[in-house]
Design a protein around this ligand. Structure first.
Ligand code: PBG
Length: 324
């Protein structure tokens, strides 16, 4: 009996639990996704994402000052432009909304690492992530050019990192070459490598006004039942020069994060997406879940599966609980 394993021995006090804890989420692991809109003094609540807002550049800077003060190292920016057209022209405009936000943030908070989402869906009138062929399909190679121009314009505005989320084939290589040609070779790429066609992006599409006007994204985002294919996508992006690879969404895809961890040495990011946030918030607002414990358990699970970095709308609250 004396040599019998008794797991409870090391669970008896918080002190001993702290000592043998295998996974610890740190504020340094968190990236806070934020939405920026034209205007001044705007802080507009996003209905489907209680607690999240769309900010104009001035209020974004103030909110980021608070976020940085909590110890969060980085934000990911999404822009909602004044006007949309079939080519998503505003995405790469030097005076575009993200470009303005980046330069204001870098001037005010030089130590905050500003990542920009590189995609066309918020900027195209049809809401797809690229340029359409006459038959309404997304044209892969015409889109690459627009993505590369967009990434370069973000980096010229001062973005510290670019994050392509479009799922076109070859975009990492196209962006890497364009950045290098523009003398922006030091700007890293975090690629949304294994991005699934997920129902959990629903609330984001309200926030970013980016729902496709016809069809869906299943022709370019990954099919949820596929597991091996994720490694294929990740390898391709690393071969093309991705510095960090991402799995998205996070919670329903923890197996994919674990596979990635077992197979690649590069840093892995996981995106705890809008629908994951909203379902937890809805349960909390109904009094069905205890928020602090539920959020920290979710973030810990994502890290335990193998993620180094977690993109999450819970970042500000979690940072307060974790201590900066
Ligand atoms: C743009 C993009 C999306 C998300 C991040 N970048 C939406 C989509 O692909 O439809 C989703 C983020 C979230 O749900 O929080 N391509």
């Amino acid at each position: 009996m004396s040599s019998f394993f008794r797991g409870r021995r090391l669970r008896r006090s918080e002190t001993v639990r702290r000592m043998v804890r295998e996974t610890v989420v740190a504020v340094d692991d968190l990236i806070y996704p934020m939405f920026v809109v034209p205007g001044h003094g705007v802080c507009a609540p996003i209905g489907a994402m209680p607690g999240q807002n769309r900010y104009s550049v001035d209020t974004l800077v103030e909110e980021c000052r608070r976020v940085a003060g909590l110890g969060i190292p980085s934000v990911l920016l999404f822009g909602i432009p004044e006007t949309k057209d079939p080519a998503g022209t505003e995405a790469s405009a030097p005076t575009g909304i993200v470009q303005q936000a980046v330069s204001a943030l870098k001037a005010a908070l030089p130590d905050l690492l500003v990542i920009t989402d590189v995609c066309l869906c918020e900027y195209t009138s049809h809401g797809h992530c690229g340029i359409l062929t006459p038959s309404g399909e997304v044209h892969n190679d015409l889109t690459l050019q627009r993505l590369a121009e967009t990434a370069v314009s973000h980096a010229r505005a001062g973005a510290d990192m670019v994050a392509p989320s479009d799922m076109m084939d070859g975009r990492v290589a196209a962006i890497r070459m364009a950045l290098d040609d523009a003398d922006l070779g030091a700007v890293p790429i975090m690629s949304y490598a294994a991005k699934y066609a997920s129902a959990f992006y629903g609330p984001f599409r309200e926030a970013a006004e980016s729902a496709p006007q016809h069809g869906d994204r299943r022709g370019y985002q990954m099919d949820p039942p596929n597991r091996r294919e994720a490694l294929r996508e990740i390898e391709a992006d690393l071969d093309e020069g991705a510095d960090i690879i991402m799995v998205k969404p996070a919670l329903p895809y923890l197996d994919i994060i674990a596979d990635a961890r077992a197979n690649v040495t590069a840093p892995i990011a996981a995106y705890n997406v809008s629908g994951e946030y909203s379902m937890l918030k809805a349960a909390v607002l109904n009094g069905w879940l205890e928020e602090r414990r539920a959020v920290l358990e979710v973030l810990t699970s994502i890290k335990r599966a193998g993620a180094d970095l977690i993109l999450t709308y819970h970042a500000a609250e979690a940072a307060g609980w974790l201590g900066g």
